[in-house]
Write a protein that binds this ligand. Sequence first.
Ligand code: DHB
Length: 493
Amino acid sequence: MADKLRFNPEEYEIKTFEAGNVRVTCRAFEGVEYCAKPVNGIQKLNIYTPADYFEGGAINGYTLGTAPIFMPNTVGGYMQGPAMVPGIDRFNGQVNSALRALEHGYVVACAGIRGRNTGMKSDEFFVGGNAGAEDASELGELVGRAPALAVDMKAAIRYLRHNAGVIPGDAERIVTNGTSAGGALSAITGATGNHPDYRPYLEAIGAAEERDDIFAASCYCPIHNLENADAAYEWLFCGEDEYHRMKFVQTDRGVQRVADVGRMSDKQVALSKELKALFPAYLNGLNLKDEQGNPLTLDDAGEGSFKECVREAVIASAQRELDTLWAEKLRGLFVEGANVDRQAYLTIGDGRVVGLDWDGFVHAITRMKSTPAFDDLKLLSPECEEFGDGAVFARHFTEFAQRHTEVPAELADDQLVKLLNPVRYIGKADAAPHWRIRHGAYDRDTALAIPVILATMLKNHGIDVDFRLPWGLPHSGDYDLDELFAWIDGLCR
Ligand code: DHB
């Protein structure tokens, strides 16, 4: 049988992509099937290579064979992420990472990734619990639920390796990049290299028999570690009973985002305390250490060296901002009123941040989600849907929510939950040796403890991690591509 997974280097179009003040001409290999038995049309790769490389040219010190392969994904909200095309980012309106990466001299490989809405009949925008479809027959065949996103990314990586030397770029310098659920995907990919748990799923879609570990993972605000995220959220926000979020409403001018401020019910306030109380045992079980090797722990009240470690990360963030005002100058993204020199909860003396009133900080960034933040008691969250499948639309993924459920519900198999949690694979798989993690200090989509755990655990396993909480930034990504590329170049050139 012919190898369906052979890349044909002659099947390309010359395309010029132009956006903002960036213009790049490249060989575009679009719509390449990266697995032999795809279940949905989204499972295709777009591969772009600067045309100069085929004339023997060099860009930023890279050539056709040595350029890193940058793999951005467009996954958000655990929904499917179509293969990126160089141009304008549909969320932030800036030149997207694919085009910027091409300009910088990287080979760009964009995999289309299945998500929780893959196979749904309705294309209608849907955020949490969905479409109001009561009858499963209205839904179409759901083929993108957990662990599909991880399986697809691995299959795409295997495809690149399978064709190493024929596909442009260096398949031993693959760098993934994503934001939020897409950041989680980047983290899962980085943490789970070659782990046999994914093998049956990879076989089912006809992925190439190759390694799927990567060189580096870039993760912006990864929404991961889902089964512990509810407890972490209450560890941070317990006592803050008001939620501040945006909601989507249908108006005569179409769907609009409007501010939605509300107060949690007495029941939610009580559940918040219960969930907060679960966090120390989880955290202590991780046996995390600081840079000096001291244990990072929490007592029953949630106080202790781990909290101090998160606090220090916030202080370091404030100090960098005070020194540079870098985030404040990021127009359109910086949270209004977050200017570092105007926060009553910060004590600043002689240009140094010398104090941080923790409760004041938490109050200022505000709670976004009511309790439980992820495993919704009515199954109306993206994450509950992610753990559903063709037979059961959404499931709980924590025993806590299953115990407190307000609707008839099933609990997802823990093995499935594990497949989506990078933290559970650190030290047990071929992790990427290099990580860059960014989570805005004002991001409340998940608790600050979550990225701190990921970064600390990786460091504790001797892995190179560049971790920051950029000041004043909300849930967002790709805002510092110059710095990201400088980091990649520092590792690759
Ligand atoms: C995303 C944001 C969330 O708050 C969440 O719970 C899941 C995903 C996202 O932006 O991808």
